[in-house]
Ligand binder design. Structure first.
Ligand SMILES: NC(=O)c1ccc[n+]([C@@H]2O[C@H](COP(=O)([O-])OP(=O)(O)OC[C@H]3O[C@@H](n4cnc5c(N)ncnc54)[C@H](O)[C@@H]3O)[C@@H](O)[C@H]2O)c1
Length: 358
């Protein structure tokens, strides 16, 4: 693949061993395909895919990478996987990722998100070789004050619902591991480079999760039903799934070059003049798709933040990064994926297009 200068960092993945936890999920499957296309040797560690029609199955990834189907809380199995595979890079995406589910099963949510991360980082301690790790959390880690200001990386962590709170705990655990076991001052001995990335809500093809906006819209379009919106005025930093994924890839390479400069926490989201409400996003998606209806009659089932904005200045400055697609383009790419007949071809051409245009 010919790369433009600012995508040169992708050359670092050719022939490298990359472990992705959560590779059977929405973001993990996209990341697996990107890394396979870059010539990496990819292993995945996750549970069976939740949805028959999800991206992992569509792309037939079980045939293309080393796939370990196991629980992230199974310390023995996880450690065995990491020690045997000897990854150069780890992207930790495995999580109970839904807010509504976190209200229904808080124990599972904290167990997977917090202890899963602790198990992962503890297994990394058993690696002798150099390894770059990116822990994927979320924009929801901040103590949400329902104000207009975008959150910065040094704002207090919090989280009202168990999902958000568990991801904030995951950040605290990661920082403790970095200070205690992977300290910058001893990097020549342990050779471990660790950061976290806090992305906003992502959209893209191949997501069939329950209680997420685009999958719910696609399911309603297929069934010719009206989509019921529960929080039409809620504001979220939406972006195309490829934006945070390429950011994670860049961060993992840069932190190897200068850990004291790059290892840290980063927000990833759209520009602040490109933030949409739930209703605006659905309106554009319906317009792009050419059909569909919605009603704003649903009652909010659980407490969810109304306003959530991210300040992405640090990521822009430190990683010389900015979003490629505006929200309308992100919605267009997403809806055209769902409409397309050949999902493998569409996925790979959307990846290639992103790399070409970045
Ligand atoms: N999708 C979004 O809008 C969004 C936004 C911000 C952050 N994130 C974060 O990005 C990551 C990936 O999100 P996603 O949308 O792909 O989620 P997803 O729900 O589609 O995938 C979750 C993955 O984690 C794995 N997993 C869950 N429980 C596990 C367990 N006990 N053991 C092993 N694996 C387990 C699943 O098998 C799956 O592969 C998550 O950490 C999520 O919190 C997602």
């Amino acid at each position: 693949m010919g790369l433009r200068k600012n995508m040169n960092f992708l050359n670092n993945y050719k022939g490298k061993k990359v472990l992705i936890t959560g590779h059977t999920g929405f973001k993990g499957a996209w990341l697996t395909q990107i890394l396979l296309d870059l010539g990496a040797d990819v292993a995945g560690y996750a549970l069976e895919p939740y949805h028959e029609r999800g991206l992992y199955n569509e792309l037939r990834l079980s045939e293309k990478c080393r796939s370990i189907i196991a629980d992230i809380r199974d310390q023995e199995e996880l450690e065995k996987c990491i020690v045997e595979f000897q990854p150069d890079f780890i992207f930790h995406l495995a999580a109970q990722s839904l807010v509504l589910t976190s209200y229904q099963d808080p124990i599972e949510t904290y167990g997977v998100n917090v202890m899963g991360t602790v198990h992962l980082l503890n297994s990394v301690r058993k690696l002798n070789q150099r390894c770059s790790v990116v822990v994927i959390t979320t924009d929801k880690v901040y103590k949400n004050k329902e104000w207009e200001y975008p959150y910065r990386e040094n704002d207090p962590l919090g989280g009202y619902d168990p999902y958000s709170s568990s991801k904030a705990c995951c950040e605290i655990a990661m920082t403790s591991f970095r200070d205690s076991f992977f300290n910058f001052n001893e990097i020549a001995n342990h050779k471990k480079y660790i950061s976290s990335a806090r992305a906003g809500n992502v959209i893209g093809g191949g997501d069939f999760s329950d209680n997420r906006l685009i999958p719910d819209l696609v399911k309603s379009l297929e069934a010719n039903e009206t989509l019921i919106l529960r929080s039409p005025k809620a504001v979220r930093p939406w972006q195309h799934v490829l934006e945070p994924l390429f950011f994670y890839l860049k961060l993992a390479v840069l932190q190897l070059s200068d850990p004291s400069k790059y290892c840290g926490e980063y927000n990833i989201g759209p520009e602040n003049d490109d933030i949409l409400t739930v209703e605006e996003l659905v309106q554009i998606a319906i317009e792009v798709f050419g059909k569909g209806h919605y009603e704003c009659t649903g009652e909010q089932l659980v407490h969810e933040a109304t306003t959530l904005k991210l300040d992405i200045s640090k990521s822009k400055k430190m990683l010389n990064w900015s979003p490629l697609y505006n929200s309308r383009e992100a919605i267009q790419k997403t809806m055209s994926w769902y409409e397309s007949k050949d999902k493998i071809k569409t996925t790979r051409s959307q990846i290639e297009e992103f790399i070409r245009e970045f």
